[in-house]
Ligand binder design. Structure first.
Ligand SMILES: [Mg+2]
Length: 227
């Protein structure tokens, strides 16, 4: 295989975060908002999805969750749980509703057969480890690099360089980084000298000045690039 190592983003790359969030938002309305509001459930779910999308992506996960829950509580004052309780509930529900992308196992099998090590590089805290566990991947990645533990966030190339160093890889050109975020994943990896594959998720590339080497409609497309 031409790759010496492969790095994956986690959220919206190894599983659909968008799909999981939607399921959790639905449960949130049932459990926390309750029947007190005349607003249709679907309208509330859409609102929560929109608010989640508006959270700044450069915030830490904890800040983003806090700001989202704060907003929800202001909109629905009848919610009695505290913000901390809501965040704890949300995190457990996310874990319970995670489902790996169906193409994940075939992709990882191909890498294992070719004895190509792979790792995860994600902006987030130790909670990301529980997601990896819940996806059935305990002990499988050679490295898991967490931004909130290391102190640098993608697209900071220091985080990518740390992954190379820990995996003992000297030539970044033989490393493929796969992710959905054009800036955090793709720009960062290009600046670190890596090859890149962008998960399109039905979007078009709209960044100027750089572009991913590979565009994937879904994770299964990656199998065409693992020869
Ligand atoms: Mg992502």
């Amino acid at each position: 295989m031409k790759w010496q190592a492969v790095l994956f983003d986690l959220d919206d790359t190894l599983y659909s975060r968008a799909e999981t969030f939607r399921k959790v938002a639905q449960r949130f309305v049932d459990v926390h908002v309750g029947p007190d509001t005349a607003e249709p459930v679907t309208a509330i779910v859409e609102k929560l999805v929109r608010w989640d999308e508006l959270e700044p992506r450069n915030a830490t996960s904890q800040e983003a969750r806090q700001s989202l829950m704060d907003r929800i509580k202001r909109e629905y004052p009848s919610i009695t749980s505290s913000i901390d309780q809501l965040i704890a509930w949300y995190r457990e529900e996310m874990i319970e509703n995670l489902a790996p992308d169906p193409a994940l196992e075939p992709v990882l099998r191909r890498l294992d057969e070719a004895q190509v090590p792979w790792g995860v590089i994600t902006n987030g805290d130790r909670f990301q480890l529980r997601k990896i566990s819940s996806l059935g991947l305990d002990g499988r990645p050679e490295q898991v690099i967490l931004s909130d533990v290391e102190g640098w966030r993608k697209p900071d190339i220091r985080l990518f360089n740390l992954a190379l160093e820990r995996m003992g890889i000297e030539d970044p050109k033989r490393v493929l980084m796969i992710g959905d975020n054009p800036v955090a994943d793709i720009q960062g990896a290009i600046e670190a000298g890596m090859e890149t594959a962008w998960m399109r998720l039905e979007r078009s590339w709209n960044q100027t000045g750089y572009q991913p080497g590979i565009q994937l409609n879904n994770l299964s497309d990656l199998l065409d690039h693992l020869d």
